[in-house]
Design a protein around this ligand. Structure first.
Ligand SMILES: O=P(O)(O)OC[C@H]1O[C@H](O[C@H]2O[C@H](CO)[C@@H](O)[C@H](O)[C@H]2O)[C@H](O)[C@@H](O)[C@@H]1O
Ligand SMILES: O=c1ccn([C@@H]2O[C@H](COP(=O)(O)OP(=O)(O)O)[C@@H](O)[C@H]2O)c(=O)[nH]1
Length: 459
């Protein structure tokens, strides 16, 4: 970090901002909160509020971080956040072209809000600031800043997967959007697969080139670096939080309610990318084929509602209610409920206790940029008696956590087998797998991630 610090204040820009004392249910907010705590600086983004006008600024200071947030008007919110970002880009980036609902006026709203972010930001910037922009909501922001004369170093990190170029080109006006990445100095991605997709897109779809030294050149002649920086968690803090949570009343209550049954846990925003219906069907499959497990296990799925203004999210919520009801109706006994399905968010400190109580974590997104819950689950385990992580091959975390039981989430039988194996895994094997994953998380924590990115950006 020293290299970056010498170059001035850190200015983070993201749509979602983790304001002090707010429960942050998304990984970007959780991770950047931890990263900003270490470094300090300015964090600029959406306030999370819809006002009568776009543009009202709110300022809060908390220790070393100054938060400046912007209200969005209903129209801007609907076109930018609930529209182009989450009805066109999100499904595209998660390999779901069938769900992409592209509308030109929403793209225009998206570009308008990016220009507005640039207008406000320009007024707050100092010449030595290092600017770090986050995620698919703000892809064209650097181009808008450059057009306003900003010469500072600007980095971009994509928190979602980047799908194959063949999918990216299906988006109308894709080049006008994605070629603006060349206005950044550095573009960071979670995995080598995402980086390959970016290179392939620039080299083979839009007439870019690879320059000697590995910089990518866009068709506009600007060049930038692109590299892999897998995001992580504040490992030491999460370990400590899980130890402390063992004393919480809520954890004792959960343990009492389990009556010695093994707890399986899932924690996901209610999002179609998280593979929740497939997971519920796999659990159904397990109960159907393993009657010996009835009454001996309990599955807690925490799924806080997310992006409720987007129709696909309301639909997945209805589908899951139906599936949970179906499974409980089929197998429940007067003293046993197979699925506890909870549409509520919990403070991070309490979640760490739930993770530690669980014998198995079932984390099976169809596609996920990283999935920090997987990493948090591992960090929260009791080293003497760790639980088992069942993890989708298609979560970015699988690239680093190869000692989890890796599964294809689309196959309920494969998933059910992995779950059965996790529930009976001998202690020795659980410890070996946990130790190998913990070694990764102790070395690659959130601090190492932000240092690596910022050092590369400022070198
Ligand atoms: O801001 P929301 O619309 O409420 O959504 C929450 C966040 O979801 C996505 O998170 C991603 O970032 C995580 C950290 O890198 C990563 O582990 C996960 O795989 C991603 O899904 C989204 O990318 C964020 O912008 C949202 O804030
Ligand atoms: O009730 C909840 C549910 C989730 N989270 C946190 O939200 C983040 C979710 O990040 P992840 O990368 O797994 O997925 P995303 O939601 O960003 O797609 C993790 O830090 C969770 O601990 C939380 O604090 N409370």
């Amino acid at each position: 970090m020293t290299g970056a610090k010498a170059q001035g204040r850190l200015v983070v820009v993201s749509n979602r901002v983790a304001l002090p004392k707010q429960t942050a249910t998304g990984g970007l907010a959780s991770a950047m909160r931890a990263a900003m705590r270490e470094r300090g600086g300015l964090w600029f983004g959406w306030s999370g509020k819809i006002g009568s006008d776009t543009g009202r600024l709110r300022r809060v200071r908390d220790d070393t971080v100054e938060y400046v947030t912007l209200d969005l008007s209903r129209l801007d919110h609907d076109q930018f956040y609930a529209g182009f970002a989450n009805r066109a880009l999100w499904p595209l980036l998660h390999y779901r072209p069938d769900l992409v609902d592209y509308r030109r006026e929403q793209l225009e709203g998206y570009l308008r809000v990016n220009a507005l972010f640039a207008d406000h930001l320009v007024q707050m910037l100092e010449p030595d600031d290092v600017i770090w922009v986050h995620d698919y909501h703000l892809i064209p922001l650097a181009a808008r800043l450059r057009a306003r004369g900003v010469k500072n170093r600007i980095g971009f990190f994509l928190h979602t997967p980047l799908p194959a170029a063949a999918l990216l080109i299906g988006l109308p006006r894709h080049q006008a959007l994605f070629e603006t990445l060349s206005a950044y100095d550095l573009v960071g991605l979670h995995t080598a697969r995402d980086l390959r997709a970016l290179e392939d897109y620039f080299l083979h779809e839009i007439g870019g080139a690879m320059r000697p030294g590995g910089r990518l050149r866009g068709p506009d002649g600007r060049s930038f670096r692109a590299a892999v920086f897998p995001i992580s968690i504040d490992t030491a803090q999460v370990v400590q939080s899980a130890r402390e949570a063992t004393h919480l009343d809520e954890i004792a209550q959960l343990e009492t309610s389990l009556q010695d049954r093994a707890l399986i846990i899932g924690v996901d925003r209610l999002d179609y990318s998280k593979g929740l219906p497939e997971r519920f069907r796999a659990y159904d499959h397990l109960l159907e084929h393993r009657p010996d497990l009835h009454r001996r296990i309990s599955f807690l799925q925490i799924a806080p509602p997310s992006r409720g203004s987007v129709p696909e999210y309301r639909q997945i919520r209805r589908e899951l209610e139906r599936l949970a009801g179906h499974i409980n109706g089929k197998y429940a006994a007067p003293d046993w409920v197979p699925i506890r399905y909870v549409n509520q968010s919990f403070p991070h400190s309490l979640l760490t206790g739930y993770y530690r109580t669980a014998r198995v974590a079932l984390i099976t997104p169809l596609r996920d940029g990283m999935n920090l819950v997987a990493k948090e689950y591992v960090a929260c385990q009791d080293p003497k008696n760790p639980g088992v992580l069942v993890l989708s091959r298609f979560a970015g975390a699988a690239a680093e956590l190869g000692d989890a039981l890796l599964v294809n989430p689309a196959d309920p039988a494969e998933l059910a087998d992995a779950l059965g194996r996790a529930l009976t895994m001998p202690l020795r094997e659980r410890r070996q797998r946990w130790r190998a994953m913990m070694d990764v998380l102790e070395k690659q924590d959130i601090d190492a991630w932000s240092k690596a990115f910022l050092e590369r950006l400022t070198s």
